[in-house]
Design a protein around this ligand. Structure first.
Ligand SMILES: [Zn+2]
Length: 108
């Protein structure tokens, strides 16, 4: 299990970041994909932006972007007509080893 998965299992959404290049390293990795130095790990902002939405039966699935870089898929706790791309959501819960590891609420 890598650091990202260990933290996710504990309910923390973290990203790798390179302090030499001053950039987020995503997808998460132990090494910067630019300079190959070790990364730092930190929590991701709790607020993201809806990129895409889809519905499957009564569930709304979404792709959410954080900090202009980090994209994850998850489940949105809302009716699909209440949400649209560009809207802000808040991470409500994340976990590992579940088909839907990320859960979001709409932010007003
Ligand atoms: Zn770097």
């Amino acid at each position: 299990m890598n650091k990202f998965e260990t933290e996710l299992k504990a309910g923390n959404f973290v990203t790798s970041e390179c302090s030499y290049c001053n950039r987020i390293v995503w997808p998460p990795s132990d090494y910067c994909d630019n300079c190959f130095k070790d990364v730092n790990w930190r929590k991701v902002s709790q607020n993201g932006t809806i990129i895409e939405l889809s519905r499957k039966e009564n569930d709304v699935f979404c792709i959410i972007e954080f900090e202009d870089k980090i994209r994850v898929m998850g489940k949105l706790d809302a009716e699909i007509h209440m949400a649209k791309p560009g809207q802000t959501v808040k991470l409500s819960k994340c976990m590992l080893n579940d088909k839907n590891s990320f859960f979001f609420n709409l932010e007003n």
